[in-house]
Design a protein. Structure first.
Lengths: 359, 217
């Protein structure tokens, strides 16, 4: 049975670097489509974050990748092998190449921590001594060596997920699936688990596909992000570029808690036609966001402009800036001049409206 | 109480323990797989098979709906076939086990069904097959409930074995009826009741202790 696991990569890979390739995958439950034609690739060594609201189809999608859920149509390739339509029996060796971690950890309560971690190896048919040796290595990796003999019920949520991660890595998978792995954890624990995932990704070169409803998760660990809505991928790209310039309305909504937004008391009183000041939003990212923007702007605009709100975030080491400024609007040519200047600098500028001067 | 009475009481206690223990073990060995089969073949189970599930369910319900005293008599041919006689302690074990097996299967079924589906998913995601799921997830995770249910079954069997006196099986129940009730030997009656209380409490205490040790939730 293990021969399938170690099958040479000669099984015609469409592209050597792809670990996962989905082509027009569909799945419906009754009348409602959970997946409505999803195409997607995950490249070796990258962390892909799939984000969407609850009910968007994320869970169905991730469960299709290891055959816990069957697709109705379309093709799913894992390491070049088409898994669609495989029987439960044929899926079993394949699943040993894919680790999975869960929102509620799913640790076996009747087994100790080390027995939980060693279980995938037991399934693989490894001897007890070897299993426990590997379990000890993994518990060391996740920083829980002292808990080997403990039962999961005595662990905190973060520790349980560390055990879940150790267990998922036990059989040296080519791909790690993370199904809302941090959603049941507090923010601090979430950060430490995400740091661990990033660390594993870099140390072991492990490919990770994670689904989440929290942008913060995508922001802190993912290389690329795919936004899923109503069973379709509506947006996909490098995390920093999607954060800098979200196209789909759903992406903008998902990002609203994490990107600077014009404070509500200001946005509520804006007039669409006239006022003392014109309020602009400025979006810049990458190299464009690195210049001496405001110093230069004050050269073009000797009359005082006001910084209303905003900031610079760094995502994947790329600056992503979003500012809201107020420009005096009495002289109609002035806002025009500002916009021309900013656009020349590679910024996206949007006029949000006019405000009475409250300065 | 006379020494003869005491000897009778000890012998009856032994007969009760023998009937309860033997039929209990049989019901565990047969009822647990039956409970597993009921859970596995149910809708969404690991070996979904609605047809088999309803057949098994009907058989279990059939046996459970017959009052024990009737089953005791109705099964006489079966008992004779298995034990060679329809009378005595060993003969009583057959109907007791046959009555207790579907009873225990239902209790085990409830515990097995309560095992979190997420755990089954986790083991499927590791590449485990159905046997792995049964061996590593369903049975160990449901073990506290399986043991607690077995305790309940044993206590029920202590009660049911009293009726086995009807086919000359002896036991504490028989002793209480023949001596305590029919011969107005109140002392015997009281003694039997006390022994039964101690026996049942002992079984329950052991069961609870075992459950506490097994339960890591």
């Amino acid at each position: 049975m293990n021969s399938v696991v170690s099958a040479p990569a000669s099984v015609a890979m469409p592209q050597a670097e792809e670990v996962v390739r989905l082509t027009d995958v569909k799945r419906r439950f009754g009348a409602t489509p959970a997946l409505d034609g999803v195409s997607l690739t995950v490249r070796k060594g990258e962390i892909l974050g799939i984000i969407g609201r609850s009910g968007a189809g994320k869970s169905t999608l991730i469960r299709c990748l290891n055959g816990l859920e069957q697709a109705d149509s379309g093709e799913i390739h894992i390491e070049g092998r088409n898994i669609t339509g495989l029987t439960e029996k044929d899926l079993q060796p394949l699943r040993r190449r894919i680790g999975m971690i869960f929102q509620h950890f799913n640790l076996l309560s009747a087994k100790t921590v080390e027995e939980n971690v060693a279980l995938p190896l037991k399934i693989e048919g490894l001897g007890k001594a070897e299993r426990l040796k590997r379990a000890a290595e993994l518990l060391d990796l996740v920083g829980l060596s002292d808990k080997a003999k403990a039962y999961p019920s005595s662990l905190s949520g973060g520790q349980k997920q560390r055990v879940g991660i150790a267990r998922a890595l036990a059989a040296r998978p080519a791909l790690l699936l993370s199904d809302e792995a941090t959603s049941a954890l507090d923010p601090e624990t979430t950060r430490s688990i995400l740091a661990l995932l990033k660390d594993i990704n870099q140390k072991l070169g492990l490919t990770i596909l994670l689904i989440t409803h929290e942008m913060e998760v995508v922001r802190s660990v993912a290389d690329r992000v795919a936004v899923i809505d109503a069973g379709r991928i509506v947006e996909e790209g490098q995390v920093w570029s999607v954060f800098a310039d979200p196209q789909a309305p759903i992406t903008q909504r998902l990002l609203s808690g994490i990107r600077p937004q014009l404070p509500e008391h200001i946005s509520a009183r804006l007039s669409p036609v006239s006022g003392d000041e014109q309020i602009l939003s400025i979006d810049m990212a990458g190299p464009a966001a690195q210049g001496a923007l405001f110093a230069d702007l004050s050269q073009v605009l000797p009359q005082s402009f006001r910084l209303v709100h905003g900031g610079i975030d760094h995502i994947q080491d790329q600056p992503v800036a979003r500012f809201f400024i107020a420009v005096p609007a009495r002289d109609a040519s002035l806002p025009e001049k500002v916009q021309t200047f900013l656009k020349a600098r590679g910024a996206r500028v949007e006029v949000l409206g006019y405000d009475a001067n409250h300065a | 109480m006379t020494p003869i009475m005491l000897e009778l009481l000890v012998r009856s206690l032994w007969e009760t323990i023998l009937m309860t223990g033997a039929s209990g073990i049989i019901s565990l060995v047969a009822g647990l797989p039956l409970g597993l089969a009921l859970v596995a073949t149910a809708r969404g189970g690991i070996a979904e098979n609605p047809w088999l599930n309803s057949v098994l369910g009907a058989i279990v319900n059939g046996f459970r709906s017959v009052p024990f005293i009737i089953l005791l008599v109705a099964l006489i041919p079966v008992t004779r076939l298995i034990v060679g006689t329809a009378l005595g302690t060993w003969a009583a074990i057959v109907p007791l086990a046959i009555a207790a097996t579907p009873y225990y299967a239902r209790i085990a079924e409830v515990s097995l069904r309560e095992v979190d589906r997420g755990l089954i998913d986790a083991v499927r995601a590791m590449g485990g097959n159905r046997w792995t799921i049964i061996r590593e997830v369903l049975v160990p995770e449901a073990m506290p409930g399986i043991v607690a249910g077995f305790t309940v079954t044993l206590v029920t069997l202590v009660g049911a074995s009293a009726m086995a006196g009807a086919i000359g099986a002896g036991g504490l129940g028989d002793l209480a009826i023949r001596y305590g009730y029919q011969r107005f030997e109140t002392t015997v009656m009281i003694a039997v009741v006390i022994v039964l209380i101690v026996l049942v409490c002992g079984i329950q205490w052991l069961g609870d202790r075992l459950v506490a040790r097994l339960d890591h939730k």
